[in-house]
Design a protein around this ligand. Sequence first.
Ligand SMILES: Nc1ncnc2c1ncn2[C@@H]1O[C@H](COP(=O)(O)OP(=O)(O)OP(=O)(O)O)[C@@H](O)[C@H]1O
Ligand SMILES: [Mg+2]
Length: 451
Amino acid sequence: MDQIEGRALPNVWALHNLRGSPFFQEALQSGEGAQHPIDLFVGRVVQLRRHLAVIGSAGTPGGSSRQVISGRPGVGKSSLAQAVKARAAEHGYLSSPEAVALGHEDDTDAVAVRILDYLYQAIMARGRAKVEHESAVEDVRQFIRVFRVNNLSGGLSIGMPLIGTAGASAGRVKTFITPAAVRPAVVVGELMRGIMEVARAKLSAPGVVIHVNNLENITDERAESAARVLRDLRDPCLLAGGFHWLLVGTTQAIRSVAGAAEQVRTVFNFAPELEPLTAEELIHLLTRRYRALRADAKRPARAPVADVAVVTLYRVFHGDLRGTLAALDSASHELLGYAGDSPRAPLTFDDLRSVLPGLYAERVRSLLSPEAGDSLKTIAVTLRKSRMESFSRRDAQEWLSVGQATASRLVSELASNGFAIESGKERTEGAKRPTSRYALTGAARLAFGDF
Ligand SMILES: Nc1ncnc2c1ncn2[C@@H]1O[C@H](COP(=O)(O)OP(=O)(O)OP(=O)(O)O)[C@@H](O)[C@H]1O
Ligand SMILES: [Mg+2]
């Protein structure tokens, strides 16, 4: 026992001169002291330039812009938004490292409060001392406190001071209101104007970049109410002067929310869906990480997994970076130090293949009901036999010999656990709405040895 004391726990990365896992899956973050710094960002030169040009061309003061970043799960959407914010910050634009996060049950009021919270963080991050006593900033702080501690849907009876609707800074009137009587969605515009005045006057900021992440969180199953939220917020928020919106989400989510209502669609600038990084860019990304994570800066780090094995695995994941990194991380934990001729040998694709199917089969068992696990297998086998890339709920119904409701439930279970993703929509004869098509993810392919 005594011998263990004072000694570090085994660190599989140390053999490779690394401080920690180079296969972390978090999005890169802008801002000082970030654990996964945006300096590790690679590629996306064209996209970055385009997004920055839209922001820069909106004009100051008073110009605003609205852009979407869409793509498949894990392709690098959030990191691109972080990179846009970091570059815009070099030109004085405010932003917060934490995006506006959307929750499943969020209605218009909840989203309005989250937006105000984001703005509060953004303005404080740039110049806490210069702005914290400004009345517009204090108003927002109090507002967030009251609406965050109280469940928005519950009856609220706490009074709070709030700006009057006069707006002009000279004549701000403190009014005592009860949250029950004031809806965030109604006052958000006024509060945002107050923040913008402070940002300009005290921090000389040309604007604020607002990053709304994971739009899919509010669209699952309820795309229509999510679209309504955006429509309600269009005039007070989306069109407000000085604000530049980056709306991030999976392609399907963006389409069904931002693209649904004419009034919202027309104010957005839709860039093409984000393509996966190339294999070379992925290797470049990892090389940067190896270098940044060196334990001993005087020596180079060693790649824990051979580049060709990384690239082969990336193909199984069809460009899903996050999925690829997660698989590399799991395989490394199983094998590093044990595979090959020497403990420091980089893992080969055969090494990865020797452990990943088992690990992912286990994941299927632990995440899915036995019924969904069996269905996934049947779907994987049928897709392979018929050389199909995707399937509809109706295909699932037929292949699994179940009713419509059961097929729907099973496909949803596969999707919500990361084994299937919506890959597109198609119009079928006789159907009122377009029906979704689904593809299996890399995780599902690994579980059934289908690679
Ligand atoms: N251009 C890039 N340069 C360097 N690393 C990147 C880049 N894009 C993504 N990554 C890394 O890949 C992983 C996945 O990226 P990210 O979280 O941005 O994807 P996402 O599309 O937002 O995923 P999700 O659909 O799960 O939200 C993260 O670990 C991130 O750090
Ligand atoms: Mg993301």
